[in-house]
Design a binder for this molecule. Structure first.
Ligand code: NAP
Length: 483
């Protein structure tokens, strides 16, 4: 326990300790050293936060879209001013290489500016009636109090991707960030506070008692909307609980992306793309390719280029400039890498490079795993169905289009897919048959604040970003008028 009072709960415009001052340690995943403490909020504090959000709803939803847009724009300006300190904290608390941390902070800011603009475009429609004496119009109104639960892997952008549209729509919110990244969450809430978001509009409960806080949020009849990003197992459970009070629900969940290299593609370019997107955030991304299918005619060239690119990746502490691969979030994640590689080896996969824990920079190496390429991966291997969430590229050859589409779609998930081809017809034909929410065609980053992000099947419900992103926080009211 820290000697300093820890105040990372933000309720009704005040930074507070948990009742009883309970707190928990936050560690740097590179060194496993303690870098700070966060307040351990529970049911009582969450209930207070919900009441504060309810009380603030009337006044906030009565502000004009232009007023709300101005506050979000101010939060964006503050994020730009504090960009480097936010990136450093992100890199230290989550382990992400500093360059990627800077990119994520920018991406987080994009949601503030995008939804500041979208606030002004919330509008209804007029609908012709069959009756001469009747008119129909629709109004779009905020859903009410929002519960937002976010993961550690993109610890700032997942917060702004939810809170910016919620506030733009006129909702109020209670945020529960991941237990591994509460310090950056507090720095993010400070952006909104300093931008002039009124007391009660945004509240945050940091906690290491996720189930207690989560249940309080989803069981509350006051909360009208749940927005969750995290694992499929937890998302399904929370969505089921939210159904008892019939809340609006959007859940952004796990993925198991296929990455397909068709016979007409450039195997060197495709392998360079695979090396970039697979190892982004040390593979801890929901859109990370989990199965790489390469046409047999290109297989060896692709593998040789991938091996060379992966071999050149610099592993180290995220805050060290030039590092491309940081630590995994914790030892459990590293054990998962060992289990997937062990299973694949036993079932006949070839380890092209990596395949083991490593110690770097004099650090004990508990959370470091060498960037790895596995070849000759088959569907029976664990890695072909279980989300890896780490730096392992699993590669397999294929022979024809129908076969690779069947393999690609053979997953419970449906978030992102990637396709490399130089043939326009193939690009359209294969894209249409892939059962995923997002497809990158010769493109490894099909994401933007301006574009709808989300999946199908076990990857979730709803879309974030784009013009759809604000719809998740709005109800449509029909008004019939007799004239
Ligand atoms: P997680 O374990 O499901 O946690 C996500 C959030 O849920 C955290 O805040 C966590 O709190 C909270 N939580 C855990 N158990 C809970 C419970 N019983 N009730 C209420 N809340 C609970 O997922 P994660 O390991 O942090 O994140 C990785 C997963 O997120 C991967 O599957 C990844 O694919 C997915 N993801 C999806 C997207 C997308 O947009 N589709 C984006 C990023 C990540 P604690 O931290 O306190 O446990």
């Amino acid at each position: 326990m820290s000697q300093e009072p820890v105040r990372t709960l933000y309720i009704n415009g005040e930074w507070r300790s948990a009742n009883g001052s309970g707190s928990f340690a936050v560690t740097d995943p590179s060194t496993t050293e303690i870098i700070g403490y966060a307040s351990d909020g529970g049911r009582a504090e969450t209930e207070e936060a919900i009441i504060a959000a309810q009380a603030a709803l009337g006044p906030w939803s009565s502000t004009t879209a232009y007023e709300r847009a101005a506050v979000l724009s101010k939060a964006h300006a503050l994020l730009r001013e504090r960009h480097e300190e936010l990136a450093q904290l992100l890199s230290q608390e989550q382990g992400k290489p500093i360059r990627a941390a800077r990119t994520e902070v920018t991406y987080a800011g994009d949601f503030l500016s995008w939804f500041a603009e979208e606030a002004k475009r919330i509008g209804g429609v007029t609908i012709p009636s069959a009756r001469a004496d009747q008119r129909f119009i629709t109004m779009r109104q905020p859903v009410g109090v929002v519960a937002a639960i976010t993961p550690w892997n993109y610890p700032i952008s997942m917060i702004t991707r939810k809170l910016a549209p919620a506030l733009a729509a006129g909702c109020t919110a209670v945020l529960k960030p991941a237990a591994q990244t509460p310090l950056l969450a507090a720095a993010t809430i400070r952006l909104f506070e300093d931008a002039g978001v009124p007391a009660g509009v945004l509240n945050m409960i940091t906690s290491q008692r996720a189930a207690e806080v989560g249940d309080t949020l989803v069981e509350s009849p006051i909360v009208r909307k749940l927005t969750f990003t995290g694992s499929t197992a937890i998302g399904k459970m929370l969505a089921a609980k939210a159904a008892t009070t019939l809340k609006r629900v959007s859940v952004e969940l796990g993925g198991h992306a296929p990455f397909i290299v068709m016979p007409d593609a450039d195997p060197v370019r495709a392998a360079k793309g695979a090396a970039l997107v697979k190892f982004l955030n040390t593979g801890q991304a929901c859109i990370s390719p989990n199965r790489i299918y390469v046409h047999r005619s290109l297989y060896e060239t692709f593998l040789a280029t991938l091996e060379q690119r992966v071999g050149a990746l610099k592993v180290g502490k995220g805050t060290t400039e030039g590092v491309g691969i940081g630590p995994l979030i914790d030892n459990r994640a590293t054990e998962k890498m060992e289990s997937q590689v062990g299973d694949a080896r036993e079932k006949g996969a070839r380890v092209v490079i990596g395949g083991r824990r490593i110690a770097v920079d004099g650090l004990d190496g508990e959370n470091f795993y060498a960037p790895t390429v596995l070849a000759d991966v088959t569907p029976e291997m664990l890695i072909s169905s279980e989300e890896t969430f780490g730096p392992i590229a699993a590669v397999a050859p294929f022979d024809d289009e129908d076969e690779v589409i069947r393999l690609a779609n053979d997953t419970e998930y449906g978030l992102a897919a990637y396709l490399y081809t130089n043939d326009l017809s193939t690009a359209i034909r294969v894209t249409e048959r892939l059962k995923f929410g997002m497809v990158g065609v010769n493109d490894i980053n099909p994401t933007s604040a301006a574009a709808p992000f989300g999946g199908v099947k076990a990857s979730g419900l709803g879309r974030e970003g784009g013009y759809e992103g604000i719809d998740e926080y709005l109800d449509t009211k029909l008004v019939g008028i007799a004239v």
